[in-house]
Design a protein around this ligand. Structure first.
Ligand SMILES: Nc1ncnc2c1ncn2[C@@H]1O[C@H](COP(=O)(O)OP(=O)(O)OP(=O)(O)O)[C@@H](O)[C@H]1O
Length: 514
């Protein structure tokens, strides 16, 4: 039966109302964000889906310095590795104009627009339809920049009005988040020492970590031995590397020897090398780690497991800077800095006579103690988010996020294996969640072994959450089945295309790389 014109109008109105409802719901979720990265990502996806834009870019200028590079930015509609390139080619001319004037820029074709057509970035990027709205007015906090529509043609007047209203909301949210960010940065106790050190991979902002970085900044430039102590998995090896990287020896080798991983008979040949004829199987010269680290740093992990005979030889090396390779009769000179680490109490080992006291004094000229995670709970969430992002990058997965429930579970759990255990748990959760095709890591992905309620128990599913997950999985499957053809997916699911875009943004779905 043909549809009556009235029905068509009613359908259109219903669709419009539904879209509006979806939009305000997404806006509410956006307003509840408390960190900048997910906020920018969702804000941009929403702006793009609202206007049917293929690509987009959003930036916030923290200090209102339009001439400097933006502190926070995000691109949409491209893979991670394309972002840098795209960011460089997005029209700086259009963005700069919107930032400087506080006015929305809309053009059918930036390429043919006399205001922008001569700009290199516009020509390189062959920018056609562009819509760029400032976020906030006096001061302008940033811009949302949209380019190229899924449908041919320019952005409409309606698109412009909607983006301007949206940018007004964004300004309020962004201001709150920038203030929060500034407060957090001010609360970062490690900040004063990070300026003096190259320690980018060392995550955390607690006062205990700051003390460690302070000590490291003092010992790194000096040519003294350092003993790193602290429980297993707290970052001793990582810190040894930081000491080396920040020392005058940084351009020379950094070598590591795990004293516990080798049988007693091999430790010395690994350390000092072997000359031909040293024993029945030594037919050629084997270089030891001390020689290989010449001019650089040798890190002895689990030094407490070094056999007593090797301890005597190490002591000789530390005292005289000389050593004998196995089978050698002439001493070799060595220019090597020794860093050592232990997670056992070496004083107790001295008392048991399994570790030489004179060696301990030589090694711990400057001891640095790494705190356990329990001593710095304020670093937990940042570490978890960092390991989540690096696992996604390492496994070439779309960017997953830890749900609020998962983050609460991280805080509530105990981490006897410290940072290493946390890193492994988060990595496993990333793999489980991506295997299920969901975009958020839940508590059950982190602690699948836990049964029942409690800190590590699986999250009880509300009807609403179960429905949300079902929708997310169904949408993702349909998108994959249709090779992300939005029109086809919309027709299969009997939804409007804009509804599909809204859902993609709301669930944070991203197309997997082929
Ligand atoms: N503050 C940190 N920021 C980021 N990663 C960290 C941090 N601390 C530790 N890690 C990571 O945790 C893992 C374990 O750290 P590391 O091997 O340095 O610990 P360790 O104290 O030497 O352990 P062990 O005593 O077992 O030798 C490594 O992958 C390391 O990169």
């Amino acid at each position: 039966m043909p549809t009556a014109p009235n029905d068509v109008t009613q359908d259109g109105e219903r669709d419009r109302l539904q879209q509006e409802r979806d939009f305000y719901r997404s806006l509410l979720e956006l307003g509840a964000r408390d960190s900048l990265e997910p906020f920018l990502e969702e804000a941009l996806a929403l702006s793009a889906s609202m206007s049917g834009a293929k690509r987009g870019y959003i930036e916030l200028q923290e200090d209102q310095r339009p001439e400097g590079p933006p502190r926070f930015w995000m691109a949409h509609g491209c893979y991670d590795e394309e972002v840098e390139e795209i960011r460089a080619t997005f029209s700086r001319g259009v963005i700069a104009e919107a930032l400087a004037t506080g006015q929305t820029i809309v053009t059918e074709s930036a390429l043919r627009d006399p205001r922008f057509g001569s700009r290199n970035s516009v020509r390189r990027n062959r920018s056609e339809a562009v819509l760029c709205a400032p976020i906030g007015a006096s001061p302008t906090l940033g811009v949302v920049y949209l380019q190229d529509r899924h449908q041919p043609g320019p952005f409409s007047e309606e698109d412009r009005k909607r983006l301007e209203i949206f940018a007004r909301y964004l300004a309020t949210f962004a201001e709150r988040l920038l203030t929060l960010h500034r407060q957090r940065e001010a609360a970062d106790a490690t900040q004063p020492f990070r300026g003096r050190l190259r320690a980018e991979g060392v995550i955390g902002r607690s006062a205990s970590l700051a003390r460690v970085l302070e000590q490291v900044s003092l010992v790194a430039p000096l040519d003294v031995n350092v003993l790193l102590t602290g429980p297993s998995g707290t970052g001793k090896t990582q810190l040894a590397r930081v000491i080396h990287d920040n020392s005058p020896r940084a351009s020379h080798p950094f070598l590591e020897l795990n004293c516990a991983a080798l049988p007693e008979t091999l430790v010395e040949s690994e350390l000092f090398g072997v000359l031909p004829g040293a024993h029945s199987t030594a037919s050629r010269k084997v270089e030891g780690k001390v020689a290989a680290a010449e001019g650089g740093t040798l890190f002895l992990d689990e030094v407490g497991d070094l056999p007593l005979t090797s301890q005597a030889k190490l002591l000789q090396l530390l005292q005289s800077r000389e050593y004998y390779p196995l089978g050698g009769t002439r001493p070799q000179r060595a220019d090597v800095r020794i860093l050592a680490a232990t997670n056992v109490d070496l004083r107790a080992a001295v008392a048991r006579k399994t570790f030489r006291e004179d060696l301990l004094y030589r090694l711990e000229v400057l001891p640095v103690r790494l705190p356990s995670l329990a001593e710095r709970p304020e670093d937990l969430l940042e570490l978890a988010e960092y390991f989540c992002a690096s696992a996604c990058e390492q496994h070439h997965l779309p960017r997953l996020r830890l749900s609020p429930g998962a983050l609460r579970a991280v805080e509530a759990a105990e981490w006897p294996g410290n940072v290493r255990e946390l890193a492994h748990k988060v990595q496993a959760a990333v793999i489980r969640a991506s295997g299920e095709g969901v975009a958020r890591i839940e508590r059950r992905h982190l602690f699948p072994e836990a049964k029942g309620e409690g800190a590590r128990g699986p999250e009880p599913l509300t009807f609403q959450e179960a429905t949300r997950r079902f929708q997310e999985q169904l949408l993702l499957k349909t998108l994959e089945d249709t090779a992300w053809n939005i029109t086809e997916a919309a027709s299969k699911l009997e939804l409007s295309r804009s509804h599909i875009y809204n859902l993609i943004a709301a669930f944070g779905l991203e197309r997997r790389k082929p």
